[in-house]
Design a protein around this ligand. Sequence first.
Ligand SMILES: *Cc1c(COP(=O)(O)O)cnc(C)c1O
Length: 379
Amino acid sequence: MTFATPSPSTGAASRPAAWRGVIDAYRSFLPVSTATPLVTLLEGNTPLIYSKVLSQRLGEPFHVYLKFEGLNPTGSFKDRGMTLAISKAVESGARAVLCASTGNTSASASAYAAKANLRSLVLIPRGAIALGKLSQALIHGARVVAVDGNFDVCLQLVRAMAQQHPITLVNSINPFRIEGQKTCAFEVCDVLGRAPDFHLIPVGNAGNITAHWKGYREYHRGGRIASLPVMLGFQARGAAPIVSGRVVKVPKTIATAIRIGNPASWQSALQARDESGGRIDAVSDRQILEAYQLLAQHDGLFVEPASAASVAGLLALARGGYFRRDLKRRGRRLKDPALLVCTLTGHGLKDPERALKSIRPPRTLPPQIEAISKAVGLR
Ligand SMILES: *Cc1c(COP(=O)(O)O)cnc(C)c1O
């Protein structure tokens, strides 16, 4: 049996030998100058992993790659945007930063603020963020307030607070967040040696789909890639305002990172969808949890539930024959490999309670080899 990965052609070897974070790597594409202090935890440079099981599910000519953003310093892609948002905040003389968060933004903001010696203030929806994320914000020294309201309420509050106080808002409405996050698309192209044909991504506040599309367009304009991917975004069915075209007052899903009813980057997500000829669809919690377990049990990747939305979407579209139809429509020969990339946005260790709820807990037995062997299927 072979586990070899079809090797994508290597991109231009323009990277320095030691990785120094996304600002250093992509300086010429980012709004920084020599006067910008560099606040980095060496985020980015995350692996792009070939998925044999997903490629086989789709069949030839499709090759599926997983961009595992859970390996960023605080365990999610938010670090890509936060290194820039915090560096720019320091450059502008800020003393404190503020965010509303479903968890990962606060984990990232508090870590980068700690590194930069800034105060961080965080509003979270009460009882609605995963334990790992809350523990991160607290241990990094953020002032955390749990608000009796959902994420959308928290975002409204911090927007108003940032107007009343000299404090920098680091939610993705801060344009530097989007700028930093677009480096994920750059890395994908650098590794594949071209743009993928399809890029699949979970959608919550819709900053990340916006950032990826911006990254691809800028690489295209800069002559680094010859084509652009189709952008495919996925919301959770109980929190799918972009799919339904209506604000969701009480968003519901087990995928807390995308439990958002009124996305800040709604319009730019529609733009990414329409300019790329893509779609934004809804996937059910059940589909999300199936993909979550499939990634863990066949690809060895432990992601958080929201991250699995991209793979849930991949499987749903594949079942409906979408990818084959789309290639045909565009006149692509079926023997060329078609490259698909799913962004896996965050690490599964953020939310261990979800894993324990999804799988039967271990049995407790007396220390007797016969009983134990039988219980684990050895005879
Ligand atoms: C923030 C986040 C998302 C959603 O990204 P948006 O930019 O808000 O669309 C998805 N998954 C994880 C793990 C996140 O932290």
